[in-house]
Write a protein that binds this ligand. Sequence first.
Ligand code: UDP
Length: 320
Amino acid sequence: MISRILITGGAGFIGRHLASHLTDHELSVTVLDNESLGDRRHLDLDRVRFVAGDLRSPSDLRQALDGQDAVVHLAADTRVMDSIEDPTHNFDNNVVGTFNLLNACRELGVGRVVAASTGGAILGEVDPPVHEEMAPMPTSPYGASKLMLEGYLSAYASSYGLSSCALRFSNIYGPRSFHKGSVVAAFFKQVLAGERPTVYGDGSQTRDYLYVGDLVEAIRVAMLSDVTGPYQLGSGHGTTLNELLATMRTVTGLPIEVDYVDFRDGEVRDTWCQVDKARAGFGYDPSTPLEEGLRATWEWFRSQSPEETSASAGRGQESR
Ligand code: UDP
């Protein structure tokens, strides 16, 4: 039975939500985080054990992992552009870090790993809907690192019996997102600061926006199940940026005027995913409508002091 869980990278945006969700379900949670982007002060340290450390340090890993039943592996360098500029750094963090983690799981007898992966960066330029049967064709070192993660999960399952699945996150949004670059958080912060958001392109580009509350419930259920292999997690449909903005206007009650500029070079125009495999595999059910999720997110941003949101704007981004 799974009752003790380690979350790597658990002080980041998704990790914080997951840690409180799992403790709400009476599970015992340890977070391992090097605080490069996250911060332990955002965790409820009365309920969560925190280990400051890095996946590249065998002793940090052992300290965090000893006695755990399962791992949710979120720690990663997720910035595509950074990975293109410095592929070695991305490789060290994501590939070496993941390899060390899986090896330590094998040595310490941890039985189950659920790892954060990505559809977009692994698959490259493909026509949506994205699904698990598509052939991988990464176009960035970050995408390659996540494909290696999925490869090692598969290999360690076959070679050593380590049970695992890879959850391919779409665009995750929600309260407590200190995301600098991701569009929902960026636009809300700009609105609060009285600035005009910039839309890259004509706003017709589509993404698959998934509320963080739906994501952490999916992670919990997938972890407690015995599903294996990759699963796309999104809302299951595409939303244009103009539709997103219209819903933001409804939720905030503000006109939110924007400046339209050129599309950004190298950016995927349309991506959204099919979620049938997750529905069939572990009853995945992303039920939060966009308007409701955006309302909760806006309320959170509004409740923050200006110093806090502008300080967190510089913290970098944690992504899928
Ligand atoms: N975007 C935008 N203005 C911004 C930030 C993002 O128009 O200030 C657009 C971006 O070009 C993309 C979409 O919003 O089409 C989602 O961007 P995000 O960085 O959140 O996610 P990703 O492109 O990595 O899926």
